[in-house]
Design a binder for this molecule. Structure first.
Ligand code: DSN
Length: 456
């Protein structure tokens, strides 16, 4: 006889509702694995008690977490709705179709694939499906705020394809003349427009004109700004790019995972006779992935539906306003902000010029006080990616805590106070004035209690 899984045996009766299922599941976790249960509790406390200003995340809406933690995880479902390779997909088909419909609605897309495990995987799909090994690609340099999967030498995209890059101008802005010159020189088959640390609006039409001039496909990776795009607060690339990719966790308050979206280009016929839509469909499965993560797709469905609500639009307005206010407040205090401000959720500060400390030391000193950011290279940086001269702030989580202008002013003041009291003893070691640290920790704790993360 099979033995009951430890912990599950502790439940006295089968759950009679969804809420009793989740309640009993949590009880069984506590009974069967108190160590892991304890770590869950510790992490919840850590997230409640720190101010996360890391630009590449947002707190997942609790309802989406429930969907992601659901029994849809039990289903193997290779294929697509109505065309599976396994039985038992009646509800899986409905949930995947729901996510597809909501993705199309949110982004104004003609086609959506909700199966990519991440935006990096989505980018891998696009490149592998459209290009041949060795084909030239052109993307923003990783050190200038590009992404690993856009052709970095340490990533498969930079090994399988012949990767070239463009940088940023001395003002920290994309120089479209430089992009064009690089495209004319390297004749890429794929031009990639997308960034991880770029605080300004991206001109999709300019990218498309360059792509057309050299006969390249244009990939727009909107991972960082997906929420602003859905809310109409950043121009949409849907009518310009051949393919759009994004993740669902950075600015959609959804699960970790990716999407591939197509606009008018969906019907475009490629050499070989397939349309772009058919190429992306086959590119995800079976070219790169096998069975999808259905529980993640369920959570994507939730997040994509929520992204069309007035409350989400209001949150995105707050995301943008808070970032602009943070940028202004830092500049008023004499801090050098790259590009002189922000149009989105990102603020990049030059801490080396402003405080004489490296990015890694600034990150660590702020973390000691409960403010979480990430070290970030800046234009002309002489330090490596592990050291850097800058830090990147993001406002997604501040918005989820319903921060207002006074809160942002308080954070800016704290950041400046902490970094002014931090002295580099080497590029990777520092000393922070203990009295400043204690006072800042107390103030951060008080802010976190005053402004809890919605739903946490
Ligand atoms: N792309 C990295 C970032 O922006 O932080 C990780 O998602």
């Amino acid at each position: 006889m099979p033995q009951p899984v430890a912990g599950l045996a502790a439940t006295s009766a089968p759950p009679t509702s969804l809420s009793s299922f989740y309640g009993q599941a949590l009880d069984s976790l506590e009974l069967s694995d108190p160590v892991l249960h304890g770590l869950l509790g510790d992490e919840l406390d850590r997230q409640r008690e720190t101010l996360a200003l890391v630009a590449s995340c947002s707190p997942v809406t609790p309802a989406a977490l429930v969907a992601e933690g659901s029994f849809f995880a039990n289903v193997t479902a290779e294929g697509y709705p109505g065309r599976r390779f396994h039985a038992g997909c009646v509800n899986v088909d409905k949930v995947e179709q729901l996510a597809i419909d909501r993705a199309k609605n949110a982004f104004g897309a003609r086609y959506a694939n909700v199966q990519p495990h991440s935006a990096s995987t989505a980018n891998q799909v696009v490149m592998t499906a459209l290009l041949r090994p060795g084909d030239p690609i052109l993307g923003l340099d990783l050190d200038a705020g590009g992404h690993l999967s856009h052709g970095a030498s340490v990533n498969a995209s930079g090994r399988v394809f012949t990767a070239h890059s463009y940088g940023l101008g001395p003002d920290g802005l994309i120089d479209y003349d430089e992009v064009r010159a690089a495209a004319l020189e390297h004749r890429p088959r794929l031009l990639i427009a997308g960034t991880t640390a770029y605080p300004r609006t991206i001109d999709w039409a300019a990218f498309r004109a360059i792509a057309d001039e050299v006969g390249a496909f244009l990939l727009a990776d909107i991972t960082h700004i997906a929420g602003l795009v859905v809310a109409g607060l950043h121009p949409s690339p849907m009518e310009h790019a051949h393919v759009v990719t994004t993740c669902t966790h950075k600015q959609l308050y959804g699960p970790r995972g990716g999407l591939i979206l197509l606009g008018e280009s969906a019907d475009m016929t490629l050499p070989g006779g397939r349309t772009l839509e058919q190429t992306m469909q086959a590119g995800v499965f079976p070219l790169i992935q096998g069975a999808p993560v259905v529980n993640s797709i369920a959570a994507k469905a939730y997040a994509l539906g929520a992204a069309r609500t007035p409350a989400f639009t209001e949150t995105m307005h707050r995301v943008r306003t808070l970032a602009a206010e943070l940028s202004d407040a830092l500049i008023r205090r004499g801090i050098r902000v790259i590009s002189g401000g922000t149009d989105n959720h990102i603020v990049v500060a030059d801490v080396l010029t402003s405080f004489g400390i490296t990015g890694v030391n600034a990150e660590k000193a702020l973390e000691e006080c409960g403010i979480l950011v990430n070290k970030n290279r800046i234009v002309g940086d002489t330090h490596s990616a592990r050291v850097t001269s800058g830090v990147r702030f993001g406002s997604n989580s501040m918005a989820a805590r319903a921060f207002d202008s006074a809160d942002v002013a308080e954070i800016a003041g704290l950041v400046v106070e902490i970094l002014s009291a931090t002295k580099s003893t080497s590029p990777t070691t520092y000393a922070l004035d203990p009295s400043v640290r204690t006072r800042a920790q107390e103030e951060v704790q008080e802010m976190c209690r005053r402004r809890p993360i919605a739903g946490y």
